[in-house]
Each structure stands twice: as C-alpha cells, then as structure tokens.
Design a protein around this ligand. Structure first.
Ligand SMILES: Nc1ncnc2c1ncn2[C@@H]1O[C@H](COP(=O)(O)OP(=O)(O)OP(=O)(O)O)[C@@H](O)[C@H]1O
Ligand SMILES: [Mg+2]
Length: 224
C-alpha cells in the first residue's frame, strides 16, 4: 500500500501545482512508482504532464480527476497500485480538497501546504488548518507540512522568516519546514518548458538546490 501526498492550500497562486509536479518528478526520478492526480478543474498539472509526454521526456502519468464524488475512494484505490500518489488540489475550500486530505490520512500520507509571506496568505491559512484538523478527526496521524514559497530574495527582507516563525508559534500541530523556496525566475521558466526545476537552463542552480533541500527535509520527516 502506497501513500498520498496532497499539495493543498486555500490561497490561490502560492505554488501548489509547481510543488506537486516537481515532487512527482523527483519521486519518480528516485525510482518511486509515482502517479500524479490533478484534482483542480483548471487542469494545470494535467497540461504540464501532457506536454511532457508530447516532448517524450521522462514523465509520470497524470490523471485529471476534478470530481469530488467518490474521489476519496479513487485516491485510496490508486495508492494500492502505486508507491506514491501526488495530488494537486485547486485553491479554495472544496469537497475535493477535503476528500483528498481524508484520503491522505487513510493512507498514512501527508498534506503539503505552500504559503507565501503575505497577509492575504496568512488570512486564508486558518481555513486550511481547519481542513487538516477536520480530516484528523478520523485520521489523527495525518501529517501536515507547511513551507514558505516565493520568499523575497532581498537579504534584508525578514518576512519569510517571520512568517515561518509565526506559523510554528500559532500552529503547533503543523510541521513548519526549515527550507524556504525563494522567488526565482526559474520556476516560471520551468512552466513554459514543461521542465522539472532541475532541468531548466539557468545561470545558477539556486531554485533547484532549494527544491532539493525541501525534498530532503520532507523525506527526513517521513512526509513523502
Ligand atoms: N518559488 C517561486 N518563485 C517564483 N515563481 C514561482 C515560485 N513558485 C511558483 N512560482 C510561480 O507562481 C505561479 C503560480 O504557481 P502555481 O501555479 O504552482 O500556484 P498554485 O497555487 O497552483 O495556483 P492555483 O491556486 O491557481 O492552482 C506560477 O507562474 C509559478 O511558476
Ligand atoms: Mg494550481
């Protein structure tokens, strides 16, 4: 029996899809039998993986399943056939989000929550924590990891650090990652090229290095 890694958040545009597609590719590159599920009606992750199959580069299968009815059981069933099922949930508090989190709990899996160091993101965060806590009523061992994404690169900007500290203080039942992904143009480039972050030709490997650190930290915590 494999497990689910649900990349989720109620705030839009924080990096859920970029995280989910790169986590899927990173797991697959490490020999983990992985399938991706795009449960967002927007279908961004499906489009990314569809382009990769056209480009015939190494990829993982991606199922587009934006239907809440029966989603939980379909996800659990998938985890019987794969080591890891990586789910990209759309923004907003939806049935699909809730059922995906429950399915993660049922498989001993994890909810991974990217956040940005903005007031708007913090305002929406309590809603996501409520979703995790609701799933934990039935699945108390559901892991929930949060990390700061798109952290400002300016050396004097402390907002990402302050956000991580504030999250750790206010939400002791979540695991706040030490690793933060900074605002890097390579992420947009990876979308245009349907590339893994480590395959984007850039002047440096900072975005890819940060992502590798995040994957390593999640692995150390037994979260992926
Ligand atoms: N660390 C980063 N630095 C710079 N840009 C980033 C970073 N992470 C993600 N992005 C960019 O931010 C945009 C939004 O990312 P993404 O689509 O993954 O967010 P999302 O949370 O899935 O959005 P939605 O709620 O619409 O599904 C994309 O253009 C992506 O390339
Ligand atoms: Mg998305």
């Amino acid at each position: 029996m494999g497990k689910l890694i649900v990349v989720a958040g109620i705030k839009g545009g924080v990096g859920k899809t970029t995280t989910a597609r790169n986590l899927s590719l990173a797991l697959a590159a490490n020999g983990v039998n992985t399938v991706a599920v795009d449960s967002d009606p927007q279908g961004s992750m499906r489009a990314f993986f569809a382009q990769r199959s056209i480009d015939t580069v190494d990829t993982v299968s991606c199922i587009h399943d934006p239907y809440a009815a029966g989603l939980k059981n379909r996800l659990i069933k998938l985890a019987e056939g794969y080591d890891r099922v990586v789910v990209d949930c759309g923004g907003r508090d939806t049935e699909a989000l809730r059922r995906s989190c429950e399915a993660a709990g049922a498989t001993g899996g994890t909810v991974v929550i990217p956040v940005m160091a903005t007031q708007e993101c913090m305002d929406a965060f309590a809603g996501m924590v409520a979703v995790v806590r609701s799933a934990r009523e039935d699945y108390p061992d559901l892991k929930a990891c949060v990390f700061v994404n798109m952290a400002p690169t300016h050396a004097l900007d402390q907002s990402a650090e302050a956000t991580a500290t504030g999250l750790a203080e206010n939400f002791a039942d979540l695991d706040v990652m030490q690793t933060r992904l900074k605002q890097r143009s390579a992420w947009q480039a990876s979308g245009f090229a349907a590339s893994a972050i480590w395959d984007v030709p850039t002047k440096d490997s900072k975005a890819s290095d940060e992502f590798n650190l995040l994957v390593a930290e999640l692995a150390t915590k037994g979260a992926i």
